[in-house]
Design a protein around this ligand. Structure first.
Ligand code: M6R
Length: 351
């Protein structure tokens, strides 16, 4: 059941601290400053990495690819439906990583099969034990989020991001003590976001808008995409997410005093994103900053949704939770079919 929540989506948003703890259990040890993912013990990666995924899982993959590059591994990210192993250079050193909650998405399965035929090693990050992807790939890493009923992916996205942080450490052999410390602290910080969030009030104030924008840079660019996807699918409102630097290359023409802009302002990209905030503010747009530095950012924003600092790689995971809550409360105000949005299915088994 929904354990007293009106929707599975809200229940699953609140299950995220537990989902994270399950994902990290026995994989991150503070005492030995070690990250060990048992399933990956036999995985070797000497070449480059290609991620394939769809929808929310694609946004997690974007985040993962960036983390790998940050750790010195060459990594690219592809929409599974656009992946073409015939034209993308693959050698037997290439590792192709599918990110799929269900392990059944037809486009992702198709891409993984193509990669396998082209001679790549395949790894899947999935939530479902015994799924097609788990059976067919050379290696499997479970994200351990537990069953997700809502069509909108929430806790599985967070678990995918955490699993990708573990993967980046495993593949690069870099066990940054700071990352380990921040990973271990993440479940409690996420709980803090859930306890203190003022997202419902923000949602109520902006529920009548016709369109919403989401901007961020670096790790926050993938969070911006995910924020917009969640808003579209459960509220049926127009939403766009993009890398903040792209604003002035087109989307800025759409910004008026009627378009709330959610700006993700964390980490070393904060200063540049504040520059983007000024661009939209000058057009009269209300700015909702999601940030770990309210004192610095507050003066540029009409509203602040605060998140604790969890270091440069993980704070964006917390920022995303604020956006999940905003979308949820906008959809709830509008009386939408939140757990089963029109036209959508939990698992897309046709390509
Ligand atoms: O099961 P998968 O992770 O492969 O599913 C991919 C997408 O269909 C999925 O992430 C979809 O975008 C979400 N349900 C949206 O919330």
């Amino acid at each position: 059941g929904k354990s007293g929540y009106d929707h599975y989506m809200l229940k699953e948003i609140h299950e995220q601290p537990t989902a994270l703890r399950k994902c990290l259990r026995e994989r991150v040890s503070e005492l030995e400053h070690e990250i060990t993912v048992e399933e990956l013990a036999t995985l070797e990666c000497s070449g480059s990495v290609q991620f394939v995924a769809c929808g929310t899982s694609y946004h997690a993959a974007l985040y993962g690819a960036r983390l790998l590059r940050e750790n010195g591994i060459s990594a690219q990210c592809f929409l599974a439906s656009e992946y073409d192993a015939q034209r993308i250079p693959i050698t037997d050193e290439t590792l192709v990583v599918g990110v799929t909650q269900s392990g059944e998405t037809a486009d992702t399965m198709g891409a993984l099969r193509m990669a396998n035929q082209a001679g790549a090693t395949t790894l899947v990050l999935t939530n479902v034990v015994g799924s097609s992807a788990a059976r067919e790939c050379d290696h499997v890493m479970y994200i351990r989020a537990g069953p997700e009923i809502g069509v909108a992916a929430t806790k599985t996205f967070v678990s995918q991001q955490a699993a990708l942080a573990l993967l980046s450490s495993e593949l690069s052999g870099s066990e940054a003590p700071a990352l380990i410390k921040h990973l271990r602290g993440l479940p409690d910080k996420l709980q803090h976001v859930l306890d203190e969030s003022t997202a419902q009030a923000v949602a109520e104030e902006f529920v009548d808008a016709d369109a919403y924008f989401f901007i961020g840079r670096g790790y926050n660019a993938s969070v911006a995409l995910e924020g917009a996807l969640k808003m579209k699918e459960i509220t049926y409102k127009h939403a766009e997410g993009f890398a903040a630097g792209e604003l002035k290359h087109g989307p800025l023409a759409l910004v008026t005093d009627q378009t709330p802009v959610f700006a993700l302002v964390t980490g070393d990209t904060a200063a540049k994103t504040i520059g983007s905030i000024k661009e939209v503010e000058a057009r009269g747009a209300p700015v909702i900053a999601v940030t770990d530095r309210p004192a610095e950012v507050g003066q540029y924003a009409s509203h602040v949704l605060e998140v604790p600092d969890a270091g440069p790689y993980l704070t964006p995971i917390l920022a995303n939770v604020q956006l999940q809550l905003v979308s949820y409360w906008v959809a709830a105000q509008l009386g939408r079919s939140i757990d089963k949005p029109r036209n959508l299915a939990k698992s897309v088994t046709v390509d």
